[in-house]
Design a protein around this ligand. Structure first.
Ligand code: BDR
Ligand code: CA
Length: 308
């Protein structure tokens, strides 16, 4: 099985992506490295541990960076709930996080699974950037990097042009995209193209499994919020990235282009600048998902929620 390491900031959509990963027979999740992002680190770590407990999996959880590298940023508690899991008041998991820092765990696991490791980043890229600063040879040991992040034509979700994961820690994102020769990217604009009717989502959530029941509970507020603000379709950013990671051949259209992160700019900080016409001469470093097989995406989500 392919070793899968997930860097994450759970987060309601992170949780769904993690359930998809836990349910995939072709991949073995070797760790969850956790950063602050959607909400503070205390909550994202507690949420990762709780999700493992609900799913009955014993994957080690490593706490990482509590802040972005340089500038403090606003979290997304207004989307995910103040605790990141819909403020439902769940009983915390019995298990605690490992003592090892997430950045060190990324490096150690990259050695243990050198050449084969599938690394999926579902949150701000702070832990990964720190790991890269500690050991710049990291990319040579990663088999494939998949990132949820960016807004490739400038239609952001946290500022006019920035997507949340990149906008939360642009310096970290710059370090990662600069260091990895290739990142497979599921950006916010692809997410918007891969929605599902709310009614269908409600049907999956009503299947009666412990995973679906917990997910129904923690996602209730965000589904309400999304219904109010984004209309009749439900979107899950991290789930799309995970589908791309688990079943890359479900990608129907991908564009390889040079991608850079804007670090300055009053309006444009955190934007992902894609050189669509390759004017700058930089090498292609991003494989941008444009279209994914919606049936396969749906099947992965439905199976992940129904699993016992
Ligand atoms: C991304 O930001 C977070 O709020 C989600 O978990 C996802 O990773 C979407 O922009
Ligand atoms: Ca996330």
């Amino acid at each position: 099985r392919i070793p899968l390491l997930i860097d994450t900031d759970p987060g309601v959509d992170d949780a769904l992506a993690l359930l998809m990963a836990f349910n995939d027979p072709r991949h073995a999740v070797v760790g969850l490295t956790v950063a602050a992002g959607n909400v503070g680190l205390q909550h994202t770590v507690a949420n990762a541990l709780k999700l493992c407990e609900v799913a009955g999996v014993d994957v080690p959880v490593f706490a990482g960076c509590a802040t972005p590298l340089l500038h403090l940023a606003e979290d997304a508690g207004y989307v995910h709930g103040r605790d990141g899991f819909g403020d439902v008041g769940y009983v915390p998991a019995a298990r605690k996080a490992e003592a090892e820092h997430a950045a060190l765990a990324i490096l150690r696991l990259s050695h243990e699974h050198a050449g084969r490791l599938l690394l999926v980043a579902l949150g701000p890229l702070t832990n990964l950037a720190l790991a890269l600063r500690l050991d710049p040879t990291l990319p040579s040991r990663v088999g494939r990097l998949v990132v949820m992040g960016g807004a490739v034509t400038g239609r952001g979700n946290t500022s006019a042009v920035a997507e949340f994961n990149i906008g939360f820690d642009p310096e970290a994102a710059h370090i990662v995209f600069d260091a990895f020769p290739r990142a497979d990217l599921a950006d916010w604009e692809a997410v918007l193209e891969h929605g599902f009717p709310h009614r269908e989502v409600e049907r999956w959530l009503a299947c009666g499994s412990a995973r679906a029941t917990f997910y129904e509970l923690i996602s209730r507020k965000t589904r309400q919020w999304a219904g109010d603000s984004r209309g009749d379709r439900w979107h899950s950013a991290d789930a799309l990235a995970m589908a791309f990671a688990l079943e890359p051949d479900g990608a129907l259209e991908v564009a390889e282009r040079p991608l850079a992160v804007e670090l300055a700019g009053h309006h444009s900080r955190g934007a992902t600048i894609v050189d669509w016409q390759r004017r700058g001469g930089a090498p292609d470093n991003a494989a941008i998902l444009l279209r994914y097989d919606q049936r396969r995406f749906e099947a992965l989500i439905e199976a992940a929620l129904a699993a016992v």
